[in-house]
Design a protein around this ligand. Structure first.
Ligand code: AMP
Length: 451
């Protein structure tokens, strides 16, 4: 196994690693070091928790000479504001004995303060794409001296729709630079981006994406509905000793708020929530309070919690079953870190069976199902999304199933498959622009009056 000595670092880095108590490089650090040091473009496939931040920072810092130049030489792009804070924090620990100027910038905060900080001179800039681009456009930030571009969590960047922002940024960066990209999964989108913009980067990876971590025990509860899930969850959370640091995942912010409301009655001071509609300060405070143990329970959406590195999470609870199996992997990877035993639970309903099959297929294992504790009250109350949709019966204008196109049916070509929206299209446009398109359009006016 490689040691940090094998990497030929320098004394200030060794001292910082000593202070951190790190003795050996993680596999991705050992794998990536020489490739990144060589200056070639690199794509690293590694999930959070594998030590990937230092996998790119160690070679970059080893080769970064002291400079008084004001414009930055290293640019690190990450998808969320939380990650900016986390990465800056990690780099600061590693540069404890090096004179390096690091700055994190992200949206939702005062841009002028950031402009002033940039003007003071920086070596390493950590940023979210949107704010970075705004700063570059304002010309306060000069990017022509960037030698190394690091894009962390590329897959999340693309999931969040940052592709065009990234392309705009590539345009204003110097052509001659080293590109280092890290992604938890090698999705098709990531592949397309890499092929379009980079010349055959070297690949380093340590685990096939989707491999479950061995030290996470997983269990599944079959639960009929939302309120029964709440009953089960509160039953579990009442065991404060076992469930001492619990991260609860839901897919959407509306569900996060709904769950928060339900839990707030029971766990007030112990509970916090993060999703994209919360203010930046609120989100950062929530994560910090959960991280340092002030709050025992954090409710989060998938996107918000991606890449977050939080120690000692005792349980990850999947309050809903993610449609994309990769999200399940990212969720459960928040526990069982640093060789500690982690626990992941998933609450699934009957309609989640397909999603469960996909998750189990990806992991090539079955998640054991456990019975609901007998004391759990099975609720019959349903939330809006769970109520049966009213089906139309005996609709004479509807085609019967046997009329459905059979195997010989061919999709119409795109040109021919345009929907004729006729008059209703006019109403749609009119509604969109909130005024009648034609003066005295009676039908339009009548419709709107009815609303
Ligand atoms: P990351 O995958 O970059 O989010 O890192 C996950 C965690 O592992 C962070 O808390 C790092 O500080 C920690 N870490 C990074 N490198 C090492 C190492 N060589 N030995 C032990 N822990 C490490």
């Amino acid at each position: 196994m490689a040691t940090f000595q094998d990497l030929n670092l320098n004394t200030p880095l060794y001292n910082a690693l000593d202070d951190l108590g790190f003795t050996t490089p993680t596999p991705i650090q050992a794998e990536a070091f020489n490739v990144i040091s060589s200056g070639k473009d690199v794509v690293g496939i590694a999930q959070t928790g594998t030590g990937k931040t230092y996998a790119y920072m160690l070679p970059v810092l080893k080769n970064l000479k002291f400079s008084t130049q004001e414009t930055p030489r290293v640019l690190i792009l990450v998808p969320t504001r939380e990650l900016v804070v986390q990465v800056v924090d990690e780099i600061e620990k590693l540069t404890k004995y090096i004179n390096t100027r690091i700055l994190g910038v992200y949206g939702g905060t005062n841009i002028n303060t950031q402009k002033r900080a940039i003007a003071e001179g920086i070596d390493i800039l950590v940023a979210t794409p949107g704010r970075l681009y705004d700063l570059a456009l304002s010309r306060v930030l000069q990017l022509k001296t960037i030698q190394k571009l690091i894009i962390d969590e590329v897959d999340v960047m693309l999931d969040l729709g940052f592709k065009h922002q990234l392309i705009n940024i590539f345009d204003i960066l110097p052509q001659k630079r080293q590109n280092i990209m890290f992604s938890a999964t090698m999705t098709q989108d990531v592949d397309v981006l890499i092929n379009e913009f980079f010349k055959s980067p070297e690949r380093v990876s340590i685990a096939i994406s989707g491999t479950p971590l061995d030290n996470i025990s997983q269990q599944r509860y079959n639960v009929p509905n939302f309120y029964t899930k709440i009953n089960l969850l509160t039953h579990l959370l009442n065991d404060t000793e076992t469930y001492n640091k619990v991260l609860i995942f839901v897919a959407f912010k509306r569900m996060a708020d709904r769950l928060f409301e339900q839990l707030d009655e029971h766990y007030k001071e112990e509970l916090c929530v993060i999703h994209s509609n919360k203010t930046q300060n609120y989100r950062l405070r929530s994560i910090e309070q959960f991280r340092n143990g002030e709050n025992r329970i954090l409710v989060a959406t998938d996107v918000m919690a991606r890449g977050l590195d939080i120690d000692n999470v005792s349980h990850v609870i999947n309050f809903d079953t993610p449609d994309f199996p990769e999200n399940y992997m990212h969720r459960i990877g928040r526990t069982g870190r640093a060789e500690r035993e982690g626990k992941a639970l998933i609450f699934s309903t009957k309609k989640d069976q397909d999603a469960i099959d996909k998750i189990e297929g990806l992991m090539k294992m079955t998640i054991p199902v456990i019975d609901l504790p007998e004391t759990i009250n099975i609720s019959t109350e349903l939330i809006e999304e769970e109520r049966p949709q009213i089906k139309e019966h005996n609709n004479p204008t509807k085609r019967k199933d046997e009329d459905a196109p059979g195997p010989a049916f061919h999709e119409k070509s795109a040109k021919n498959s345009k929907e004729n929206l006729g008059g209703s299209y006019k109403f749609k446009i009119a509604a969109k622009y909130k005024k009648p398109k034609t003066r005295g359009d009676k039908n339009y006016n009548r419709r709107n009056k009815r609303k």
